[in-house]
Write a protein that binds this ligand. Structure first.
Ligand code: GLP
Length: 262
């Protein structure tokens, strides 16, 4: 590791663009799925939504269609869902996952899990505990995919989320609602709440890969990778994970010290 790279407290891999980066991550996931198949075991994937992982899901669908990659041993747990929201609503993450991945691969849909945005408010606590339990019973997450919000959120763990937080109902930051307003007709339509797995839930995964594309993500990527670990930047908690890496395009990497101060 060079002197400059030593500013980085999380391993970073940089690719020319999001497509090449996504193909790399898709191959890694495919290798893991096949290895687990050989061992006769399920492969437990933690999945994210948002614009970032769309290219990854395209690559996974292509591997299924053209290279016979089977997801029959796949078990998936999504990070989050708006609350309240119906699963068939245009902006629901249930619908997102079906549209971008599950409808196009051979996964058993009963093995896919996305937090339920229709649960009664009084039942959310118990529901959240059950979601955590289901992850545990599946054997824990083998490979967790993450995106990152402009304020450093992972899942919907907004700034202020604690290192030991678990699955729960959270209030969305107005900056997040603004960033996601493009999915809705106006910001007023963006739900104020969401169900998200916690920072602790994420950190229990055996491997974590955070994807970041575009220069708009570069400042928060730098804070997460080089800054101090703080709940002001929830993604900085990933520095405490022994097997986490950031996969970036050139734009998202450009604020790293190694480029800023070569
Ligand atoms: C969304 C999701 C996150 C996602 C992030 C970034 O609201 N809840 O899981 O990583 O915000 O979104 P995007 O990939 O669209 O930039």
């Amino acid at each position: 590791m060079s002197l400059v790279d030593s500013f980085e407290k999380i391993p970073v891999q940089i690719f020319a663009d999001d497509k090449i980066a996504s193909a790399h991550v898709a191959r890694e996931i495919a290798d893991l799925i096949r290895q687990k198949q050989k061992e006769g075991k399920p492969c437990v994937l933690g999945l994210a939504t948002g614009s970032t992982p769309k290219t990854l899901y395209k690559e996974l669908v292509a591997l299924h269609r053209h290279q016979g990659l089977s997801f029959k041993n796949g078990i998936t747990f999504n990070l989050d869902e708006y609350y309240p929201i119906e699963p068939n609503a245009l902006q629901s993450y249930h619908r997102f996952m079906n549209t971008h991945l599950f409808d196009h691969i051979d996964i058993d849909k009963s093995n896919t899990h996305v937090p339920d945005g229709t649960i009664d408010k009084n039942d959310v606590r118990a529901y959240a505990a059950t979601y955590e339990k289901k992850i545990e019973l599946a054997g824990g997450i083998d490979y967790q995919v993450l995106g990152i919000g402009l304020n450093g959120h992972i899942g919907f763990n907004e700034p202020g989320s604690g290192r030991h937080s678990g699955t729960r109902l959270v209030a969305l930051d107005n900056t997040t609602r603004l960033a996601n307003a493009y999915e809705f007709t106006s910001i007023a339509q963006v739900p104020r709440l969401a169900i998200t797995v916690g920072i602790n839930t994420i950190l229990k995964a055996r491997k974590i890969v955070l994807l970041g594309w575009g220069i708009h993500k570069a400042p928060v990527i730098r804070k997460s990778v080089e800054g101090t670990v703080t709940d002001h930047v929830p993604a900085s908690f990933l520095q405490e994970h022994p097997n986490c890496s950031f996969v970036l395009d050139e734009g998202a990497a450009q604020e790293l010290t190694r480029f800023k101060t070569p």
